[in-house]
Design a protein around this ligand. Structure first.
Ligand code: FES
Length: 182
């Protein structure tokens, strides 16, 4: 088989003459032995690649685990200052014979306009916490989850709910609709 590349055949090496001492073969003049230099370079390359792979692995692990940890340990909720009354919008937002739900402090409040008479109570069903709505045809507050029925002022009519809806006050000032604690 023909020899290729820079492989030096014994015959070619013979051309170097006998002056080259055996100890000089494979070493760099004034440096480390060649095999040792190769091993050290190989070790440094592996060490460098190991650091790169380790760094990428750590970044992937952190980017994967961070959302999980944030989900499991949510940040503390900011305390929203509780108010006694709140301007929730324009009175025209609740036309006659309709109801509309507003956020009031931590509660949701339903404002009902029954032929011009405004009432308000919590919109959170006391059974399992579903949002109630105003049923104008039946003239009552209805919970769609398990059929709880309340009067428009929050008292229980029928259903599985253990308690009435918490009452609130509502009034109109100028054009504005004001909800306040009862
Ligand atoms: S949550 Fe309203 S009736 Fe069950």
């Amino acid at each position: 088989m023909a020899q290729q590349g820079n492989f030096k055949s014994p015959s070619r090496m013979g051309g170097l003459g006998d002056s080259a001492s055996p100890s000089s073969a494979g070493s760099v003049s004034g440096g480390k032995p060649r095999d040792q230099g190769i091993k050290e370079a190989d070790f440094e390359r592996r060490s460098f690649l190991g650091k790169i792979v380790g760094g990428v692995g750590a970044a992937v692990a952190i980017s994967t685990l961070y959302p999980v940890v944030r989900y499991l340990i949510p940040p503390p909720l900011k305390e929203v200052a509780s108010v006694n009354e709140l301007n929730v919008g324009k009175a025209t937002e609740v036309p006659e014979n309709t109801g509309k739900i507003y956020q009031f402090n931590k509660d949701k409040v339903i404002v009902i306009n029954d032929n011009g008479k405004l009432t308000a109570c919590s919109a959170v069903c006391t059974h399992l916490g579903c949002s109630v709505s105003w049923d104008n045809a039946q003239n009552l507050i209805f919970c769609p989850c398990h059929g709880a029925k309340y009067q428009q002022t929050g008292e229980i009519i029928s259903g599985p709910q253990p308690l009435p809806l918490a009452p609130y006050k509502v009034r109109v000032e100028g054009e504005n609709l004001i909800i306040s604690k009862a």
